[in-house]
Design a protein around this ligand. Structure first.
Ligand code: EPU
Length: 417
């Protein structure tokens, strides 16, 4: 039987906990190692299943990947294959991040089309349109994207919508293109800024990362670099909500408060007392949170990756709240599981209406995707009685030893094989 988590809820969490490096910054950073024959050394890399999957993918393309503790060195002295196979891409959509680097460095790339996933359809048309603007020939053959180019050429690209990995793919491709590329309507997430910092240490010239207009001056080749991955803002947010939902007193350390502004503002609106330090947030659980409406949007708006966790808190709020999910069309799968714990939530398309209940009851529940699993763990921490969260492999994709961190704060939580 796959691993599950058993949680005996109702313990207010207390103490201090550190945040790990960001999954969604580590994945593009690893892909960026394909842009150079020299080693790229990354520090503060979280020990996650998704990071291992990306490491395996780099190895299938010819790179060597060495890990020592939180340090990971990837070296693609030669590209020996241009294929990102379906079995890897289908387990992790972010595999598509190798497309831009491969075609830019190697001249060809064959990447399995990711198809849908638990949270939505998730097309990659913007990645492909952007690469075509850079001069790549794109074809779809037997479920694979095949991209070819002798040397990419800088261009002006305006994406139809804001896409995080799309912006990253195009930045990496443009870094080896001839001439200057401008990406309009670029994503502004902190992970974009982190990738730009890595590419800059590799020798690329990039302006405007973190704004909607990123300009990249391509270079004929890039060199190795050492780079520290930023803290994971979603893990940080999840731990802050854990403190709030249990009525505890928790200091979440090693984070960047500016990356969490929308969440901090929303929690304050929910009546959650927060003390924001230079690199930490102390949260003290309110008697009962207040209801507040929230709409997800690209950074600096409220992150879709915190929607499920916030909804779990709103499920216990005094009043009625509305959550509108604008990024992914199927990201309410935690709702049915929360209902099994006593939550009163109704959904209609992209909108969920939550009428707060006084408490959750422990129940066996099933994780459906990464952030939904985190939401169920939070509900279990607050619930009366025992909650068993099954299919925790979803959680392990994106949280480094979450149950160990929570147990250190006093939670009664155990992993069972
Ligand atoms: N979209 C398109 N066409 C494209 C690209 C995106 O229609 O070519 C749509 C998507 O279907 C979605 C919206 O645009 O509706 C935004 O998607 P985006 O491309 O920004 O998402 P992503 O890059 O695939 C990253 C994170 C996700 C996070 C989203 C939104 C990584 C590896 N993944 O995905 O993280 O939810 O941005 O912030 O960075 C997670 O960590 O749990 C996770 C799902």
């Amino acid at each position: 039987m796959p691993a599950r988590l058993e949680i005996d809820g109702g313990v207010p969490l207390r103490g201090s906990v550190g945040v790990s490096g960001a999954k969604n910054a580590a994945l593009p950073a690893l892909a960026a190692a394909l842009l150079t024959e020299e080693p790229v050394r990354l520090t503060n890399v979280p020990g996650l299943v998704d990071v291992r999957t990306m490491g395996r993918l780099l190895e299938t393309l010819g790179a060597t990947v060495r890990r020592e503790g939180g340090e990971l060195t990837a070296r693609a002295a030669r590209i020996t294959s241009d294929v990102a196979p379906y079995d890897l891409v289908s387990t992790m959509r972010a595999s598509v991040l190798v497309l831009g680097p491969l075609v830019a460095r190697h001249g060809t790339a064959r990447v399995a089309l990711p198809g849908g996933c638990a949270i939505g359809v998730r097309p990659i048309d913007q990645h492909l349109k952007g690469l075509a603007r850079l001069g790549a020939e794109i074809a779809i053959e037997n479920g694979y994207v095949v991209a070819r180019a002798s040397r990419l050429k800088g261009a002006r690209i305006a994406t139809d919508l804001v896409t995080v990995t799309g912006t990253e793919n195009l930045m990496m491709a443009a870094a080896l293109a001839e001439g200057t590329t401008v990406i309009e309507n670029a994503a502004r997430e902190p992970e974009i800024v982190d990738l730009a910092a890595l590419l800059t240490s590799m020798g690329a010239r990039i302006r405007g990362a973190g704004t909607g207009r990123v300009e990249i001056e391509g270079a004929p080749d890039l060199g190795g670099a050492t780079h520290r991955i930023i803290p994971d803002r979603i893990e940080a947010g999840t731990l802050i909500v854990a403190g709030a939902i249990t009525g505890g007193d928790v200091t979440v350390a090693d984070l960047v408060p500016d990356h969490l502004s929308a969440l901090i503002a929303k929690l304050e609106e929910c009546g959650v007392p927060l003390e924001v330090g230079a690199t930490s947030v102390r949260v003290r659980g309110p008697e009962r949170p207040l209801a507040a409406d929230v709409t997800t949007s690209p950074f600096p708006g409220f992150p879709t990756d915190m929607q499920a966790q916030l909804m779990t808190l709103l499920g216990l709020a005094d009043g009625q709240a509305r959550v509108t999910e604008t990024i992914f069309e199927n990201r309410f799968m935690h709702v049915a599981e929360l209902a099994r714990m006593g939550a009163r939530i109704e959904t209609d398309g992209a909108i969920a209406v939550i009428r707060g209940v006084a408490r959750y009851q422990g129940a066996p529940v099933m994780a459906s995707d990464l952030r939904a699993s985190a939401a169920l763990v939070l509900a279990g921490l607050a619930a009366q009685g025992r909650t068993t969260v099954s299919r925790v492999y979803h959680l392990d994709r994106g949280y480094e030893r979450l149950e160990v961190k929570l147990a250190a704060l006093g939670a009664r939580i155990e992993r069972r094989a």
